[in-house]
Structures are given as C-alpha cells and as structure tokens.
Design a protein around this ligand. Sequence first.
Ligand code: FUL
Length: 484
Amino acid sequence: MQFIKKLYLCTLEVPHCTMKKSLIITTATLMLAACTTPEPYGPVPTEAQLAWQRMEINMFCHFGPNTFSGAEWGSGQEAGDLFAPTALDCRQWVDVATQAGMGGIILTAKHHDGFCLWPSKQSSHTVSDTLDVVQAFVDACREHGVKPGVYISPWDRNHPTYGTDAYNDVFVNTLKEVHNNYGSFFEQWFDGACGEGPNGKKQHYDWPRFMQTMHDLNPQAIIFSDIGPGCRWVGNEEGHAGETNWSTLTTEGATPSENKPNPSELETGHQNGTRWIPAEVDVSIRPGWFWHPDEHPKTVEELMEIYYSSVGRNGLLLLNVPPDTRGRIPAEDSAVLVAFRQERDRIFATDLAQGAKAHAWHRFGHSAQNVLDTAYHTYWAALSKDPWISIEMDSVTDFDIIVIQEYIPLGQRVTSVQLWTQAYDDLYPYTNIDNPLCTTVGYKRIIRCNDNPRHWSAKKIVLHFQGEAPPVINRIALYNTQAQ
Ligand code: FUL
C-alpha cells in the first residue's frame, strides 16, 4: 500500500504526464483489488474444530467389562465385580500417548453394556466409589498436558429404562454428571451402534436435546457422531478416509440415527456440503476394540498405511489402544506405537523444499513463498481458480512424498492437483507426472509417488491446482522416505 501511494504521489508531481498518471491509477486500482484477504469460501471450521484437526492423531481407549469377558459387545448382564483391573495406571496410558505423539485420549466411560467407569448416580451398573476410573483418567491427562475426551454410548443394554422416554432423561443426566463433575473434555463421542435387532428394545433418542445439553455444558467440545456436528464418522472402521474427502457435509433433516448419509458418503463428505463436519478416522491397533489375550497389535508398516490414508487424506486419526486386565497398555502395543512415531519423525524430518524459491500469481501480501514457511497462518492466496505454482530447488532433488495443506480457516477449495517436473534448468522440458495427483486437499494431503522407480527427481516442480474458488495454500513440502 505504501508503495502504491508513493508511486501515485510521485506521478502526480510530474507535469503533463496524464497518460502515465491514469496508467498508474489503473494499476493501483487493480493492485488494491488484489490487496484484500480472501473471503472465506463455503463453511469454515470453528476455532475448536481447527485446533482439533491440528491434533492430527489421538488415542482411543476401550476399557470396561469386555476387557475381562472377551466380548466386544457386552450383554449388560455382567456381574459388577467382573471389572477388576489389577494394576490400573492411567498415567502409563498418558505416557504412551505422549511418546506416540498423541495429544488427546478418549476413554469409553460407558460402552453399550451400560457399565459406567465412574460411580454414576444414574445407574446401578457402575464401578464402586473407590475405583473411579474416569477421575484417575482425567487427573493423569491433566497432569501431563494431554486432553481428555469421553465416549458415552447412547445404546445401553443394562439400563431398565432403555426403550422408554425416561431413558432420554437418564442419558441427559448422565451427560450432565460427567461433564459437570470431571472438568472440561475436548471431545464427546456419541457412538452410532445399536444392535438390538428387529425384536429388540427401540429407543427414540432425543438427539436435539442431547446436542443442546452438550452445547450448554461445554460449547468448545467437539461432538462426534455419525454426522457431527463437531466431526463425523468416516464411514468405516478400517482406518481410511476417501481418496476424495470433503470436510463439508449436508445434514439438514438428518440425525445420527435417522436419514443420515450412507457410509460411502461419510468417507468422502459432500462437495458443497452446508456444514463444516470433518472426518474422524477411528480404527483399532488390534483386531478388536477391547483387549483380548490372543490378539496382537498391527505392525508399524500397517500403521503407516493407516496414517497416510487418514491424516494424509484430510482426516484426524483416532487410534484405539486398549488397556489390558491390569489396566495398562501392553508392552507390545506401546513398542509399536513408539516405533510408529519414530518412523513418522524420520520420514518428515527434512523438508527438501526448504530454501527453495516459490513463484505464482498471488494476492498482495499472500505470496507463493509463504507455502514454504512453517508458520500456520501464512499462506499463498492464488488469483484464479486454476493457478500454477512453481517451486525451484538449488539442485536436482529426489523425493517421493509431497505434502500440501490448504489454509482451511478460509474453507476447503481445491478439487484437483497436477504435478509437472523439470530436470536441471529451464532448457529442459516439463514432464507431466502421474496425474491428477489427488482430488481434494483440505487440512493436509500426503501424496506418495506411485511411479517406477518410486521417486520423483526434479530441480523445479510446478503444481497446477484447480479449485471451486482460488486456492489458499499454507504449506507445500517435499520428503524422501528413502533418505538415510
Ligand atoms: C462401534 C461400536 O459398536 C464398537 O464397539 C466400538 O466402540 C466402535 C468405536 O464403535 O460403533
């Protein structure tokens, strides 16, 4: 702005130069048009949703009577003293989560069997006053700066009122009890499962009331359900979001139990959806959600695949790590989690685009070079819906991963990305690579090379974006998984 003003004033001082003057005025007008911060496009995340998405990986802990019975869905008829951890240690869960790079843990405070891991006044099927697991869990989390979250299943196979209107009151009181008595939770998980079968009890959940209660209790909490509103189920329990994954979803007329989008829609979200409801990818490190003695955790390679298809496809990964009958995370699970963290740290240690030069047409103040810095709130704001950006390294560089991040506080815009590479210098032609590289980008897209050999080699790359609105990109980074 200062520059335009100076230019303009200086021209005015030149007599008989009206041509030049009007040219400068036109240029200044054009530049002013490009000067503004881009308008948000479509729905955008709340601050809490943005903070949640930036957590990237959280831990899920399924723990309860099933840990002891071997069931996945308890009947609700289990004896209360079945749940008897021999060496409960929630600090150890927090320690494992921290070492694995997870900033939040969600505990199944009540699963479908209805057993409450706190001494609830709303049920007789609970832990004793002396074994308040929820209290031990929140204390351990808060001592170590990890955010606690809570899963409270609406489906309850134990409660005598289940299947009647009175249960909705019980459930609302249960929410109030947990959220009033145990401090603030970053996420409330509403499970969508209800396996009563055709002749089973039918509960008409009062979802508007449950949601309103949560909003009143803790407006900052991210509310998970099949359809949000804070974040949505990703439509599968295998650990992947759709190749195309919009953080927007249209949910008018739907509830978490009725008229909801089908699982394949939840995998991809809705392009032009009316609400910001990003995907949470919940998957277990073991075959079951609960600990069973004859099951074992996934390998680091399997967890990396899950990481690429969840966090790398604009999702948040909620990885379930179930404590055993001692109430501790088994050593084999913690070992693989630490190795998973180390592998991510190794691969993403050196961004090969650091020190490169980025060029593109951009809005004033939001230049292409911003994609190379690590600050979250700086970005390249493109001028058109199908812009190009070039990134030129000092020398020919081998890489096999491209990470792209859209600046989602201004909405999700990108619909496709193509890659062109140029070897050596400008005398070499560009090669169009394996295109399109991806469709949606969103918060984070990790693109891996599928070519043979499995790496790209270039001094300069050009990414050609297409978007519903001019893309706003805050990060582009290049990595080489084979680097030592
Ligand atoms: C499902 C439940 O039925 C499973 O037991 C588990 O809690 C999983 C996370 O969600 O809907």
